[in-house]
Design a binder for this molecule. Structure first.
Ligand SMILES: Cc1ncc(COP(=O)(O)O)c(C=O)c1O
Length: 361
């Protein structure tokens, strides 16, 4: 009888809550305003011929490489960072290999690692979600073949200094070390200039977040040219679709749009963090376009908070089931006008919550 591989049979399924997302989208760390209007202009002018022919990735790949200050043979455009993670797992993980993550973190690392048949080593973050550098070193073995670090991390918003990641790559020479910089634009720190220090280091970037192009599915993976040749062999030549390829140069060209958006997000983040501080709500200071807050003590508290916000037209994300995040909710930040809607709703929900908690015996 036909049966999937064992790694697939035992794979947990990941169902992000995409259904019925009516309201202000502060639940998926997307751009709350949408993409640059220049991208929409390009979309409207897309000729039928562009859709009829198979997409050619390389010319756009050269433009993205130039923008990032790397050589074209150091970069692969991917179907979002998700595909970059998948390709790294497929390229470096044999069944039984060890793959290391620091939890809590982005869910897809574990899924693709498990799908490759690897043993996932989950190292818990240190106190206050700090990077557990010492513990990671202790967990390294000759079988460690992949280490994936989101930097800044999702859902905590914490940032590891670039030096620590370079040092980790040096200590684990037979492991691919991924610095997933999906939220780079909101923190400005990148390991990209240090990439050539270690041939096992990789950087991933996405156009899903600051650029507002999550639906187009496009990201970039950068690494040593020799390693990138193997990754290129693993990927489909048509992994990035023609619409995404047509739009990307316009998105890159409109850096004024990105600068303006990022500056509003940073202002919004400061406003939210200030409001949380005033309300006495515990949160973790963030370097990304979201903030993780302790909405209550239990997962029921977090679910009730999310529901109360949803009733006020605001979607936020329950992170209670993530390691060490019981009672936690993640709130994405966006435009000033969106924060103007967020803060009064938050205040109302928090004051109702205090009344309920105050009424508890
Ligand atoms: C850390 C991290 N990496 C990657 C992704 C996915 O990026 P993409 O849309 O490019 O696949 C996300 C999305 O939430 C993320 O938080």
């Amino acid at each position: 009888m036909l049966s999937p591989r064992e790694a697939v049979r035992t794979l947990p399924s990941y169902h992000p809550p995409l259904a019925g997302r009516d309201g202000l989208r502060l639940d998926f760390n997307e751009n709350t305003a949408g993409c640059s209007p220049r991208v929409l202009g390009r979309l409207r002018r897309l000729p039928a011929d562009d859709l009829a022919r198979y997409p050619e990735r390389e010319p756009v790949e050269r433009q993205v490489a130039e923008f990032l200050g790397v050589a074209p043979d150091e970069l692969l455009l991917t179907n979002g960072v998700d595909e970059a993670i998948h390709l790294l797992c497929q390229t470096y993980l044999e069944p039984g290999a060890e793959a290391l993550i620091v939890v809590p973190t982005y869910s897809m690392y574990r899924i693709y690692m498990m799908a490759a048949g690897a043993q996932v080593i989950s190292v818990p973050a240190a106190e206050n979600f700090r990077f557990p550098a010492e513990e990671i070193r202790r967990q390294l073995t000759p079988r460690t073949r992949l280490i994936a670090i989101a930097n800044p991390n999702n859902p905590t918003g914490t940032l590891v200094p670039a030096d620590e990641l370079v040092e980790l790559a040096r200590r684990a020479p037979s492991a691919a070390v991924l610095a997933d910089e999906a939220y780079f634009e909101f923190c400005g720190q990148t390991i990209l200039p240090r990439l050539r220090d270690s041939s096992n280091l990789f950087v991933a970037r996405t156009f899903s977040k600051a650029y507002g192009l999550a639906a187009l599915r496009v990201g970039a993976l950068v690494g040593d040219p020799k390693q990138m040749r193997s990754l290129r062999r693993m990927s489909s030549p048509y992994n990035v679709n023609a619409v995404a390829l047509a739009c990307l140069p316009e998105a890159l060209d409109d850096q004024a749009y990105i600068r303006q958006y990022v500056s509003e997000v940073l202002e919004s983040r400061a406003r939210l963090e200030g409001a949380l501080q005033n309300a006495g709500v515990h949160f973790w200071p963030s370097q990304a376009n979201f903030v993780l807050i302790r909405a209550g003590a239990t997962s029921e508290d977090a679910a009730a908070f999310v529901e109360q916000m949803r009733r006020r037209g605001i979607l936020v994300r329950d992170r209670s089931s993530d390691h060490g995040c019981e009672g936690c909710v993640r709130i994405t930040l966006g435009l000033r006008e969106h924060t103007d809607l967020l803060l009064p709703a938050l205040e109302e929900v928090l004051s109702n919550r205090q009344m309920v908690q105050g009424a508890r015996p």
